[in-house]
Design a protein around this ligand. Sequence first.
Ligand code: ADP
Ligand code: ADP
Length: 215
Amino acid sequence: MIEVNGLTKRYGAVTAVNGLTFTVRPGHVTGFLGPNGAGKSTTLRMILGLNRPTSGSATIDGRPRPAGLRHVGALLDAGDVHGGRTADAHLRALARGIGLPRRRVAEVLEEVGLAGVARRRIGGFSLGMRQRLGIAAALLGDPPVLMFDEPINGLDPEGVLWVRGLFRRLAAEGRTVLVSSHLMSEMENTADRLVVIGRGELIAEESLAGFAARG
Ligand code: ADP
Ligand code: ADP
């Protein structure tokens, strides 16, 4: 479970996130919806402890900071990966860091459909392949809490169908799954609960059906 309480982030005169309060429950795919610039990435980074809030707080399963990749897996900026490494080497380094066997790397590469390009350098990967790699990294530690920032961007149609199924399966396993997007249409096919924000502020926190019925 993710609990966000009065979370606020200011960059000088810019208020990126303004007093956000919401809860993300296990067993659901929760869509984090808002236009570009609404403050989604900043919020996710604060939840992960990568950005310090100006005020307010976020906890994951009651802790102020995630307890590592075995606790929380996240796909953030898919472009932000060292391009000189192979996919395999990138994931092996992460796996070593949390004491996972090599076979787990092969498993997640297979799961995200990158087994065939495991020995290629990430620098030559398309955005869709980078998204898959970021998802592999998030899955690596088999964490109970997962966050995906705009995972659909750059994926081909088959990839979009695949991630939807993956998110539903993760939620059905009882995990906490938060997926950000700027597209309502995408959330209609992916999420069952929504946290909607605009200009850093909460607009709605409810079931997809409840939000859709507002129109
Ligand atoms: P989203 O992920 O919803 O597109 P962001 O969280 O990336 O939104 O950005 C929210 C707002 O905060 C935007 O106005 C953005 O320009 C601003 N912002 C984000 N990061 C920084 C930063 N490091 N310095 C200054 N402004 C920032
Ligand atoms: P499938 O249904 O694709 O055969 P399972 O859900 O039965 O896969 O899981 C197979 C193995 O992968 C198990 O060891 C499980 O713990 C692991 N696993 C499943 N989902 C994830 C995930 N999202 N992240 C990490 N490991 C996972």
